[in-house]
Write a protein that binds this ligand. Structure first.
Ligand SMILES: Cc1cc2nc3c(=O)[nH]c(=O)nc-3n(C[C@H](O)[C@H](O)[C@H](O)COP(=O)(O)OP(=O)(O)OC[C@H]3O[C@@H](n4cnc5c(N)ncnc54)[C@H](O)[C@@H]3O)c2cc1C
Length: 312
């Protein structure tokens, strides 16, 4: 009996969510089979080999034209049904765009139940997930096997660590600069409609660059076309848990805040003192963002702060 963990990798680098997924899988007290799939997976495999306590590693080469969620789900369904990995009781992936593209398709093919955004595994049959935009936690009882789970990696602490050079470090912003991955970043700077009104996210990207932070957005900023879909934070976007979250020119709607419930320190920059974001912020700056953010960037440039050397 095993728990199958589908690892996300890009260009041979493993997602930082993988050690957290393994920590979650171990809660079931069964063997853990880690599946690394993709066209260039050798680097990821060598990273996996350094993880201890895994009973099996299934490596699977996917030719580039077929490495789609549809193709992967079909391959996995065939192998799970054929007993390729013995009896698979749980199948997990991160609660990320990748996981949420593969798991529903796999659930349909296997006619198996899927629970998304799992934040706790109570015991073999009971898991916890947020509902109503994160205001309530629901315990879901799963009686059928296999069951599929998308896991919020930030909810599962891990003692496993992988060498940073084997992990996928980030993405490129519209300014072509490297950025940390939004899901696992230590610092996130997010912009909302207030920023989008200027027609560009350049200020947010400049502040993020200065802090070595990932860039996030409210749905309004995404709808306005200044931020990408995969930068949206919230109920229908990404759920993040950075140590520092800087919200710029966004109001703090219930749907947006559902994505930052696990953030450490929250800083709000908003010129409306009544904006709901101020009620959840640890530090509030009631100011015009087009004055405050350039001043903050200039102050950071003058200070000794460098990304990766602790918080400002
Ligand atoms: C089913 C559903 C799901 C949703 N999911 C999500 C989701 O996942 N994520 C999400 O973000 N939203 C989501 N939304 C949308 C959500 O309800 C809000 O509409 C959205 O979050 C608002 O974005 P905003 O805060 O950027 O814009 P606004 O609410 O318009 O806020 C803009 C803020 O910027 C401030 N501001 C403006 N100009 C300046 C300035 N010059 N200086 C300083 N401050 C300034 C204003 O005071 C205001 O508070 C969802 C909605 C629904 C119905």
């Amino acid at each position: 009996m095993t728990t199958l963990v589908i690892a996300e990798q890009r260009q041979g680098y493993l997602s930082a969510t993988v050690p957290h997924l393994i920590a979650a899988a171990r809660r079931f007290d069964e063997t853990v089979t880690l599946l690394v799939s993709g066209e260039r997976y050798q680097k990821a495999v060598s990273a996996v080999a350094q993880l201890t306590g895994l009973t099996a590693i299934a490596c699977h080469s996917t030719p580039a034209p077929y490495s789609t969620p549809e193709w992967l789900a079909e391959q996995l369904a065939q192998r799970v049904t054929a007993g390729h990995w013995g009896q698979v009781n749980q199948i997990m992936a991160a609660a990320s765009p990748f996981g949420h593209a593969v798991l529903p398709r796999l659930a349909a093919l296997l006619d198996a139940p899927l629970v998304t955004n799992v934040v706790a595994i109570e015991d073999r049959d009971n898991v916890t997930r947020p509902i109503h935009a994160g205001t309530v936690l629901a315990t879901v009882r799963l009686l059928r096997r296999p069951r599929l789970l998308s896991i919020r990696s930030s909810a599962f602490a891990t003692a496993l660590s992988l060498p940073p050079q084997l992990l996928w470090q980030g993405e490129r912003g519209s300014d072509s600069k490297e950025r940390p991955d939004l899901l696992t970043a230590d610092i996130v700077v997010a912009g909302g409609q207030g920023v989008a009104a200027s027609g560009s996210f350049a200020l947010i990207e400049a502040l993020a660059q200065q802090l070595g932070a990932a860039v996030g957005a409210s749905r309004s900023a995404v709808d306005a076309g200044v931020a990408a879909n995969d930068q949206q934070i919230g109920q229908t976007g990404k759920i993040i848990a950075p140590r520092l979250y800087i919200a710029v020119g966004l109001s703090g709607s219930l749907q947006h805040l559902a994505g930052v419930k696990d953030a450490g320190t929250i800083v709000a920059i908003n010129h409306d003192p009544q904006a709901p974001i101020h009620a959840v912020a640890d530090f509030s700056l009631v100011a015009d963002l087009f004055r405050a953010v350039p001043a903050l960037i200039a102050a950071l440039q003058r200070s000794a702060f460098r990304p990766g050397q602790g918080h400002p």
